[in-house]
Design a binder for this molecule. Structure first.
Ligand SMILES: Cc1cc2nc3c(=O)[nH]c(=O)nc-3n(C[C@H](O)[C@H](O)[C@H](O)COP(=O)(O)OP(=O)(O)OC[C@H]3O[C@@H](n4cnc5c(N)ncnc54)[C@H](O)[C@@H]3O)c2cc1C
Ligand SMILES: O=C([O-])CC(=O)C(=O)O
Length: 322
């Protein structure tokens, strides 16, 4: 979408093996709470988060908010052991960040400290559908297609943006990219209005517009997309210990997704060449556990790299297919 906005005269197509509701993004809670990428400078991560927050805050404050599934949500991140970084790098981007009061902490007898703040949440299937609708409105072609090798696209396109999530493991042969399996439950509990996240990242309760996401698990290296019934019970028990009223939750649906994990998001240009022919590629994958939190910021960087590719093509003698 960002590319179609920046380069309206380019012919753009989205090729994807799966669309909503069958992507990793559809499993996610879609909370804007950044995860740290150890291989990326903090000021860059902060910029990505800030751009994303600003973009979604404007949507949440418009008539589009309910169709786009974007809303503000307030709550708490609680700690059994106080974190090293009491004031995280994103504290001045979310709204009203402050230490929890003693009265608030009474709700969490097993926790010693906490942070209260208001952030944004993307309700994932509606948000992905809203983005797709805007893509189509910008004249972008959308096709269901599995790409076996990026090179197969070289006759049809000048520039390929590889944003295939965990699919990039096979497509780009990137050994640094690993799945981190996550199982969550989506339940009906409309009385839950505040988010709760255990600061160690193990357990969370994230209320959305139509359902509450309960999590979670982080299983490094697991490729299994099958729900595990023992894990479902464990997640439910852990979430109930944070929010006892979940005992009455109904309509439990189990979802599993593979976080595309890497030490840093791969945002990089690459030129593939075979027998004198060339294909310009922009990689944008490896968003791990925090893809929603930084998606607009990393999309803007990918768009800048596409702009460099277009400039290179315009400077070369090859006949562009733009
Ligand atoms: C349980 C769980 C909870 C999460 N919660 C949050 C959260 O609260 N906040 C947050 O910020 N992030 C969260 N995330 C992380 C977030 O979901 C990911 O970072 C994000 O979905 C990555 O987006 P993506 O578009 O790169 O990959 P995906 O969502 O996996 O999309 C990749 C697309 O590429 C397509 N594709 C792949 N290979 C090919 C191929 N060879 N040919 C054609 N198409 C292909 C796929 O079909 C898919 O459509 C969570 C993830 C999980 C699993
Ligand atoms: O950790 C969280 O708060 C939710 C999340 O992003 C994940 O499970 O990947």
């Amino acid at each position: 979408l960002c590319i179609s906005e920046a380069f309206p005269s380019c012919r753009l197509s989205v090729l994807s093996e799966q669309f909503s509701p069958n992507t990793t993004g559809d499993v996610a809670a879609g909370m804007l709470i950044p995860h740290t990428y150890p291989g990326t400078p903090i000021h860059v991560q902060k910029q990505w988060f800030k751009e994303t927050f600003t973009y979604l805050f404007a949507i949440s404050n418009s008539a589009e908010a309910s169709e786009a599934g974007i809303h503000l949500v307030s709550g708490w991140q609680v700690f059994k052991t106080p974190p090293k970084d009491e004031v995280p790098f994103w504290s001045d981007i979310v709204l009203g960040f402050r230490p929890m009061s003693a009265a608030e902490l009474q709700k969490f007898p097993q926790h010693r400290s906490g942070q209260a703040f208001t952030t944004l949440k993307c309700d994932c299937p509606p948000y992905l559908l809203w983005l797709e609708k805007r893509l189509r409105a910008n004249g972008v072609q959308v096709h269901t297609r599995k790409v076996a090798d990026l090179w197969e696209l070289h006759r049809e396109y000048d520039v390929v943006v590889n944003c295939t999530g965990i699919g990039a493991h096979q497509l780009g042969g990137d050994p640094e990219l690993l799945p981190v399996r996550g199982q969550v439950l989506k339940v009906h509990a409309p009385w839950v209005k505040h988010f709760i996240r255990d600061g160690d990242g193990s357990t969370y309760v994230y209320p959305g517009i139509d359902s509450v996401t309960l999590g979670g698990t982080r299983e490094k290296g697991s490729w299994s997309l099958s729900p595990d019934p023992g894990t479902t019970k464990d997640i439910f028990d852990r979430c109930r210990s944070l929010e006892p009223s979940l005992q009455r939750a109904q309509d439990v649906r189990v979802k599993v997704g593979l976080r595309p994990s890497r030490s840093s998001v791969r945002l990089q240009r690459e030129v593939l060449s075979r027998g004198g022919a060339k294909l310009l590629v922009v990689h944008s994958y490896g968003h791990g556990a925090g893809g929603f939190s930084v998606h607009r910021g990393t999309a803007k960087e990918a768009t800048r790299l596409v702009g460099e590719c277009i400039a290179a093509l315009q400077g070369s003698s090859s006949r562009a297919k733009l």
